[in-house]
Design a protein around this ligand. Sequence first.
Ligand SMILES: [Mn+2]
Length: 426
Amino acid sequence: MKIKQHSILDLNNKSLESHQERFDFLSNSLVKKEVNIDNIISKVKDFQVAIPSWALGAGGTRFGRFSYYGEPSNLEQKIQDVGILHALTQTAGAISLHIPWDIPEDYKAIKELANSLDIKFDAVNSNTFQDQKNAKESYKYGSLSNTNEAVRQQAIQHNIDVINIGNQLGSKSLTVWLADGSCFPGQNNFQTALQNTENSLKEIYKGLPNDWSMLIEYKPYEPNFYSTVIQDWGTSFMLANACGEKAYSLVDLGHHLPNSNIEQIVSILMSKGKLGGFHFNDSKYGDDDLTVGSIKPYALFLIFNELVYGMQNNPQNPDLAWMIDASHNIKDPLEDLIQSLEAIQEAYAKALLIDQDLLKAAQLDNDVVKCQEILQDAYRTDVRPLLEKARLENGGALNPINAYRSLDIRNQLITERGKNTVATGL
Ligand SMILES: [Mn+2]
């Protein structure tokens, strides 16, 4: 299943006039504020977010999973789905694989398929949070932190295998997220668990190719409910520093306790050159994995303000690996991802509207009211015509959700794949 370029163009032509009206209205007001519109459009066009292979099928909770019809059931189909997203939005130019769910059978064919859809292979993700078929050791009591050396060795080797698989596809980073922790007080010795984890990560780090990075993700709770070994950004930062210059922290929006000031975490990590990866989602209560921007769009904007500031002022920080890490329990996964991509671009474009010089001057004057006015003026601007323009110039759809529905893509996928397909890993 591949979208034909002319069908997108035909749809675009129907709404070109109204787009142009809205674009002219916005650009007139922005020009008066001396905003460099072309610069913003060009940055939005360049911003590419990886889609994780596991987000293309319906997710679920521990209570149940409700299948979505026509789900991709192998790696080729997952890449095709990302190709659909990218063709429509022009901002999903990468896929993030999860091993062992996505081990290619034919590397050459997989690379050719991705290449034909303009999709790159972003960070590869290891999995030591569940036992694999025929595995010798069990991760029931932890992986890299386990008290049993044989278990730690198995988990280390798995991560090195993941690096080797990613290397053959052109990935440049490994994301490590551990479920390690404890459910009950006294179950774990905190210091031993952390030390074991550090030692294990250092072993994996030794297996990193020179041009690779290791991204260490943190999460406060779940699946363990008393303690988690890598529970917060401080622990992740400490471990990244202990491993070396190719190791970085990864911030996942859902992996924070309620009301954490994520924008400040982003800012501090970038100032230290240690923010390597970023996972987008949204939440109301915890790690809810909801559509980006669906619950707290202003917080997302404030986070992007710090990301933009860091990208402009922290050359010590590397280019980030951006990824959506959400779960689609009741929506069509592709529609949900389109909404997330739009929300990400919107927050980014709004953050780019902030006049950083003006904000700095207001901060130096301690003009608190003006600081807020500057931020909120940018936030309240409807930047959607700019996003449309960026998509249009890249050959994407003016309105990706409308295009997805007009082209009847889900039904075509169901016809091709059948109704009751299940994505690997879900
Ligand atoms: Mn994540």
